[in-house]
Design a protein around this ligand. Structure first.
Ligand code: 4AD
Ligand code: MG
Length: 499
């Protein structure tokens, strides 16, 4: 009887006979030895098959990448191998011999990878991201569960808009229009009046007609809502929450962060308290001559770095023109590929940055921050930035009017550092029926479909508020990704609905 073990716990079995089940990541034969890199979802293990085990050796003949196999043998220490152990194989069984796996080890373009997303998920990078996504979701639920919040499931078919009519997905609901949820918030508010502290967690939908690295049309949002909470309370809750997520990943997912080559120092810097400023202060910052000087000198520095990169690329290219061993060529080609990618990114940044600086200088009070402003603001801090009290015209109808400056509302956006931008949006809610009705009229909203929501302001209205954190934006930031499309198993974006 074989005793199956998982690769992640293989180092507990040194000297023992075990069997592994998984998929072949790579296989290469050199004379009388086959080297198999086996993956099973928990890790990667080097397996050595010697010709001295003729049956096992022959069984693997012709097996390609992603063939599924059972390999049995003895676990032995091997410090150079991932995990510090390897398997000396004595028996091999091929479950299914895969042929011509479409995603080879060579580089593929993003379009090809997205079309093969169902297979791309098997790569070490993608599994690392999926594990961190799982950790973030687990930690998010744990945070609210530990603080006495009750989970409330809010509906996905909804009768109206909550975050503006412009991004609604309409569906046919037995002959009547219904809309896919943009947020669970309005329903969550009703539950907060029943239970005090509640949260919802589910998929949300926005018909975003923008193809950016931050927008999905289907994304997951976790939203707390608390009776008697005011803006200050929400600021404190959001920073404690974000710190909890980052700590969970740092504690449990070092290996995955390493696969992603994530700079962990940047994550370790995420500690309370977070810097806070009002929208008006943020606008002042965008107009500040000192900031412009800093941005200009950063630009000059990056221009120099770009030129150096081009020189390094040229040097590598000429080196590769000469003759060398195959392994060396492969290593240098990889380095070259990485440098080219860096140079491409930097070139795009250098092209766009002067425009962003100009936008910052010309930014007008009253406009909403776009990705560019958020990037500039959030790059000035080593931890997330809380921005409060935006102009009410650019924010949702339910946000509470700021009595101290009625042009603004009592809201908060939390911007992730390193240029990632908004990951949390929230507010204190308008709790006065009169003010809310007036605001809805201003927006041209028919109060009819919202009568149930307005009832909260008729029966025991209290101050309350909450926020929503986008899981994918958070995964993108914590993993240090360039684009949101890799943060969710099957991304839905404008122009992408399959697989
Ligand atoms: O700022 P938003 O629109 O806020 C709300 O929906 C509120 N009802 C939440 C609340 O107060 N309960 O969205 C909240 C967060 C954003 O900060 C962002 O992280 C994410 O949801 N988000 C998106 N993520 C990916 N793609 C999109 N198109 C997103 N739109 C918002
Ligand atoms: Mg927002």
């Amino acid at each position: 009887m074989k005793s199956f073990v998982q690769i992640q716990s293989l180092n507990e079995h040194v000297g023992a006979e075990v069997a592994l089940r998984g998929w072949i990541r790579t296989i290469r034969s050199s004379g009388k030895i086959r080297f198999v890199e086996l993956r099973d979802g928990t890790g990667i293990c080097q397996c050595i098959v010697e010709a001295g085990e003729p049956e096992a050796f022959a069984a693997l003949e012709g097996c390609g990448q992603e063939s599924s196999v059972v390999l049995a043998g003895t676990v032995r220490e091997e410090l150079r191998s991932p995990g510090g152990v390897e398997l000396a194989v004595s028996a091999a069984e091929v479950l299914h011999a895969g042929e011509d796996f479409p995603i080879a080890r060579k580089e593929h373009g993003i379009e090809f990878l997205m079309q093969h997303r169902h297979l791309w998920l098997r790569s070490p990078r993608q599994t690392a991201i999926l594990k961190i996504r799982h950790r973030i979701i687990q930690a998010a639920r744990e945070f609210f569960d530990q603080q006495g919040f009750t989970l409330i499931d809010t509906p996905i078919f909804q009768p109206g808009a909550a975050e503006g009519a412009g991004t609604l997905f309409e569906v046919d609901y037995f002959g009547n229009p219904a809309f896919l949820a943009q947020t669970g918030q309005l329903y969550l508010e009703t539950a907060a009046m029943a239970l005090g502290k509640v949260y919802c967690f589910g998929p949300t939908f926005r018909a975003e007609k923008s193809k950016t690295r931050r927008h999905l049309t289907e994304f997951w949002m976790i939203e707390p809502e608390v009776a008697f909470y005011e803006l200050k309370d929400l600021e404190g809750l959001s920073e404690a929450f974000i710190c909890h997520l980052v700590q969970a990943v740092l504690t449990h997912n070092r290996a995955e962060l390493e696969v992603l080559e994530r700079d962990c120092g940047a994550l370790e810097a995420v500690r309370m308290p977070f810097p806070r400023m009002t929208y008006s202060e943020a606008v002042e910052m965008l107009h500040d001559a000192g900031l412009h000087e800093k941005l200009e000198s950063e630009l000059a520095g990056e221009q120099e770095r770009y030129e150096q990169l081009l020189k390094d690329i040229e040097a590598l290219e000429s080196q590769l023109g000469g003759s060398m061993k195959a392994w060396k060529r492969e290593k240098l080609s990889k380095e070259l590929q990485a440098l080219r990618e860096q140079a491409g990114d930097l070139q795009r940044w250098l092209q766009n940055q002067p425009g962003h600086i100009a936008d910052a200088k010309g930014f007008r009070w009253g406009d909403d921050f776009g990705g560019d402003e958020e990037t500039i603001l959030s790059r000035q801090f080593d931890r997330p930035l809380i921005v409060t009290e935006y102009p009410r015209e650019v924010k949702a109808f339910y946000m509470k009017r700021n009595e101290a400056d009625p042009r603004t509302v009592l809201n908060l956006d939390v911007l992730a550092p390193e240029g990632y931008g908004e990951i949390i949006g929230g507010s204190q809610r308008e709790d006065s029926l009169e003010v809310l009705l007036a605001r809805m009229a201003e927006e041209g909203m028919d109060p009819g479909p919202y009568e149930w929501y307005l009832d909260l302001r008729r029966y025991g209205s209290v101050p309350h508020g909450g926020f929503g954190l986008g899981i994918e934006r958070t995964v993108s930031w914590i993993c240090g990704l360039k684009h949101i499309r890799e943060t969710i198993p099957f991304p839905r974006m404008m122009g992408r609905m399959s697989p």
